[in-house]
Design a protein. Sequence first.
Length: 270
Amino acid sequence: MIVDYHMHLIDDDATDGRIESVDAYVETADRRGVDEIGFTEHVYCFRQTLELWTLPYQLERCHYDLDDYCDAVIEAKRQGLPVKLGLEVDYVAGRLDEIREVLAPYPWDFLLGSVHWLDGEAVDMAPGIWAHVAVEEVWTRYFAALRELAQSGLVDVLAHPDLPKIFGRRPGRQTAEACYEEAAVAVAEVGIAVEVSTAGLRKPVGELYPDADFLARCRERRVGATLASDAHVARDVGRDFDAGIEHLGAAGYETVTVFAGRAARQEPLG
């Protein structure tokens, strides 16, 4: 089975604020041999979460309705389309319980967890946090936040879990290995999955998320894994999945994690 469990109906780069159709994503998935797709819009896009945000980037995008988004995906499911309802839950220090409360009423199939900001500074945008914080400290702080998010019980999958490599800025080997090991242990303890994302191939670093060493450590601890394109437009669904599948296989994965109603199961990969 092949899944693509990370994609966005709201295109941040669109000047008209348009939302692409579910059908367009399903059609691309079908052409690329993807059996099931999961929509995971950013939590900060929705008015129901407005009080959680302080950054201009978040506030400028926080004007969509969460009920409308869920209804669109649920209607596609009702029609028999191979889609799952998800959300990308962005880490906010000290406010995870508030996010949990807002999201509790909705029938999620799975929730992605991601860390994009540390104390209000962007990890994946330049100059962001990189302007004045040393590489080793960025990595250490990022992975501490990732572990906190994993252990909160709020999310089911960690998205692009080694995001700080996005610009090719890496700490020394000892620091990187410690980050990977501590994260793998934390994820295994709570029984959630990690995402193998081909989006990294479209970023400055030009490689898959996560690093092969990190993924192998997860596999050693029986951590499940999903596949993802992080598509923000329909044409990117399932993009570069040959590389993603190979990456999983090289780490020893023979199955992919599939979700329904926030319950995980393993299906043969491929």
